[in-house]
Design a binder for this molecule. Structure first.
Ligand SMILES: NC(=O)c1ccc[n+]([C@@H]2O[C@H](COP(=O)([O-])OP(=O)(O)OC[C@H]3O[C@@H](n4cnc5c(N)ncnc54)[C@H](O)[C@@H]3O)[C@@H](O)[C@H]2O)c1
Ligand SMILES: O=C(O)C[C@H](O)C(=O)O
Length: 334
């Protein structure tokens, strides 16, 4: 028999029965991300799909006594992908290849663009109302690819499409704490723009550390912008960030589900269909967004920038515009 406390915990979980699907669940990010989602009490139905390994990961996770059912799906089963997606509330996409040393994220476009396009098409068919969280790189182009696929299928909802840029803000919090000798759990840095090199703009002028020396600040900004390279180099050919990314992805997924649940003031940065620079032809931009029951409730303005940050923003916009057009044209040209 369940104790009264256990009954209360169980019924509050069941009152928020979110179905969540991970596409690419057998990979370096997919596995720890799926573990963190299995531990999230807002998730009651977890579906894992990959070209290989999803069944094993699902069976392994299914032994953890949390209130969710986890199931693996493969492309070999009839309708494996569609069953993984059917009526799900949220789809996370870490499917695709990671970088090796010497590569840029844009170099991944040649392989990942078609993977993301096809998974977006399946999501449009089987879960047209789901929130879609894109992790696969290059995020600056894969998010516009998903948007274009959904538009072509008549099911595009800009409030529910997210490029996951959380890793940039958690890196910024960690790195600034190392420089300033502060508690990393208390640091918040707004990181805007996109998710690659110079398109990543940490707004140090909006933190409590604006009086940092120029040298220190330049070094910090560079480390935040190129933090991904640090991991790629250290892994030496065995891929890119997986564990910090799984944490970042799970954090962002939890924020989206908290918004669905109606929690107030849930704010996270994300690369989204944004009005901020549309007049300049930039359709997507990362900035803090408030999440609510229908997805994005509010896209926050970027606030006041230093002259240095203004300069970074100009350079970011040039690259971002090209990255976005590349994604849109890829789908439009098929
Ligand atoms: N947004 C971010 O901040 C961020 C951070 C780190 C990595 N990434 C990106 O995430 C992606 C995955 O990285 P990883 O380290 O997990 O790579 P990985 O190679 O370890 O895993 C990728 C998984 O995707 C699967 N896959 C490939 N094509 C698929 C398809 N059509 N359907 C389903 N599954 C498919 C593979 O079988 C593999 O298991 C890369 O593109 C990487 O650049 C993004
Ligand atoms: O650097 C990469 O290629 C992976 C990811 O985008 C990251 O920022 O770690």
């Amino acid at each position: 028999m369940l104790s009264r406390v256990a009954k209360r915990a169980f019924s509050s979980t069941v009152a928020n029965p979110y179905k969540v699907t991970v596409l690419g669940a057998g990979g370096g990010i997919g596995q720890p991300l799926s573990l963190l989602l299995k531990l999230n009490h807002k998730v009651t139905d977890l579906r894992l799909y990959d070209l290989k390994g999803a069944k094993g990961v699902a069976t392994d996770l299914s032994h953890i006594p949390t209130n969710s059912v986890v199931k693996g799906f493969t492309p070999e089963e009839p309708d494996g992908l569609n069953n993984a997606l059917k009526d799900t509330d949220m789809v996370l996409i870490p499917a695709g290849v990671p970088r090796k040393p010497g590569m840029t994220r844009d170099d991944l476009f040649a392989i990942n663009a078609s993977i993301v396009r096809d998974l977006a098409a399946a999501t449009a068919e089987s879960a047209p109302n789901a929130a879609i969280l894109v992790i696969s790189n290059p995020v600056n182009s894969t998010v516009p690819i998903v948007a274009q696929v959904l538009k072509n299928k008549g099911v595009y909802n800009p409030k529910k499409l997210f490029g996951v840029t959380t890793l940039d803000s958690i890196r910024a919090a960690r790195f600034i704490s190392e420089v300033e000798n502060t508690d990393p759990t208390q640091e918040r840095v707004n990181v805007i723009g996109g998710h690659s090199g110079i398109t990543i703009i940490p707004l140090i002028s909006q933190t409590n550390h604006k009086l940092m020396s120029d040298d220190k600040r330049h070094e910090l900004i560079h480390r935040i912008q190129f933090g991904g390279d640090e991991v790629v180099k250290a892994k030496n050919g065995a891929g890119s960030a997986t564990l910090s990314m799984a944490h970042a992805g799970a954090k962002f997924a939890n924020a989206v589900l908290s918004g669905f649940k109606g929690e107030r003031d849930v704010i996270e940065p994300s690369f989204v269909d944004s009005p901020l620079f549309k007049s300049e032809g930039i359709e997507f931009f990362a900035s803090p967004v408030t999440l609510g029951p229908d997805g994005i409730e509010k896209i926050h303005p970027i606030g006041e920038l230093s002259s240095e940050e203004e300069e970074m923003l100009q350079k970011c916009k040039e690259t971002l515009k090209k990255n976005i057009e590349k994604g849109v044209n890829f789908v439009a040209s098929k």
